[in-house]
Unconditional design. Structure first.
Length: 181
């Protein structure tokens, strides 16, 4: 009797119509400006991100950014590079508005005086931001995004894993062409 009830329940569950869940991927190369915080004026920044959004409001993204001459003209060559994984909360419909936040790599590089000074740091970083995707019925649209980016440091290098907010911080505002798959 139990087996018959199990088959009946399974048949009932399989016969319930389900809503179509459509996962979407957004690929966006971008350009914009890095400003405020640790940079003395607005610097050109560029990069790209890829976001994976399921049928609901939750998604995941990977964001890459590069800012040349971040620390100004004092050094021969300097830059900041970020590679961050993000959790995304996104609205359904059009335009799709989102908030995101995550952690990842924040790399700084400074060289000066014919490479006499060559400092490169790989640290943890964090970012929080918001933006929108404006895509009509096609698969190409626009993306606008603003993020706050900050270095995370270990306040006491004592062998324990502690994180604290570092002094390197800035805002990044970007726009880009988005391709939806």
């Amino acid at each position: 009797m139990r087996t018959l009830a199990g088959f009946a329940l399974a048949g009932l569950l399989l016969s319930i119509p389900t809503a179509r869940v459509e996962a979407q991927t957004y690929l966006t190369p971008f350009a914009g400006g890095a400003f405020g915080g640790s940079t003395d004026d607005t610097k050109l920044t560029f990069g790209g991100n890829v976001s994976f959004v399921g049928g609901g409001v939750l998604g995941f993204g990977l964001d890459f950014g590069y800012t040349k001459d971040f620390f100004g003209d004092t050094f021969d060559d300097n830059n900041v590079t970020t590679l961050m994984g993000n959790i995304i909360l996104i609205t359904p419909g059009h335009p799709r508005v989102y908030a995101s936040g995550g952690v990842g790599l924040l790399k700084t590089r400074v060289t000066s005086a014919g490479r006499f000074l060559d400092v490169s740091d790989n640290d943890w970083g964090m970012n929080v931001g918001a933006g929108f995707y404006l895509i009509n019925s096609g698969s190409i649209g626009l993306n606008g995004d603003i993020r706050y980016i900050r270095r995370l440091t270990d306040p006491e290098p004592d062998g324990e894993f502690d994180l604290d907010l570092g002094t390197l911080k800035y805002w990044r505002a970007t726009a880009g062409l988005t391709f939806k798959f």
